[in-house]
Design a protein around this ligand. Structure first.
Ligand code: 5RP
Length: 227
């Protein structure tokens, strides 16, 4: 364990979620510094699971721990997927994609019967928006797309020097507080050339596992019978 309280909180939340995964399950592995600990814990206990991954770096980590990794199409559906988040609102809507992996993360979360989000408490917000909305876009007309994002209310649009694992552009757009995340998500999804955005509606989320700096875990279930 580390002396850094934030790093400790990430480790506690990530390891806790590994306890929700049983041998024999098919598992989606997210990307980031919190789910890192879920994957590490699965590797440490030689979990007998079949995994699909959301990024090249998660694939490298999982394989280094001798976890079985197969392409998503080989599984079709998953018993469970675990991933981090950049913001979590009280209704369990999420912003994801700080690591530029949100397109694959959304596909894998959507494949899962249960989608578990792991986070330190700094990710809990009253309203989504301060982080901005990560955008993956085709490298065809990014200026036109930025203008469309401004038409939808973005006051700032920034292009990342990084590319996604899919080879696409990564951008982030700030719209202020997201008072209607589902409405914005639908509007973004309708923009030509926008591959995927980082708003994950609460309907996708089964359970959120949050650790505070003392390593106390709080769980939020989307509904009482969700798990
Ligand atoms: C990557 C993501 C991550 O899950 C998100 O950025 C949280 O990362 P971390 O656990 O390192 O705080 O969406 O695209």
């Amino acid at each position: 364990m580390t002396d850094d309280p934030l790093a400790h909180a990430k480790e506690v939340a990530g390891r806790y979620a590994a306890g929700l995964i049983e041998d024999g399950m098919t598992v989606g592995l997210g990307t980031g510094s919190t789910v890192f600990w879920t994957i590490t814990a699965l590797g440490e206990r030689h979990a007998d699971v079949v995994c699909t991954v959301t990024s090249h770096r998660t694939e490298a980590l999982a394989r280094s721990l001798r976890l079985v990794v197969v392409p998503p199409d080989e599984l079709g559906r998953l018993d469970i997927a675990v991933d981090g988040a950049d913001e979590i609102d009280p209704d369990l809507n999420l912003i994801k994609g700080g690591g530029g992996a949100h397109t694959r993360e959304k596909i894998v979360a959507d494949m899962a019967d249960r989608f578990v989000v792991v986070a330190d408490q700094t990710k809990l917000v009253e309203e989504l928006g301060a982080f901005g909305v990560p955008i993956e876009a085709l490298d065809f007309a990014p200026g036109v797309l930025a203008a469309r994002l401004r038409d939808l209310g973005a006051h700032e649009v920034v292009r990342s020097p990084e590319r996604s694992d899919n080879g696409n552009l990564l951008m982030r757009a700030w719209f202020g507080p997201l008072t209607d995340p589902e409405g914005l998500a639908a509007a973004l999804a309708a923009l030509p050339g926008l591959v995927e955005h980082g708003i994950f509606p609460h309907e996708m989320v089964t359970r959120v596992v949050v650790s505070d700096n003392q390593g106390h875990v709080v769980e939020r279930l989307r509904s009482a019978d969700a798990c």
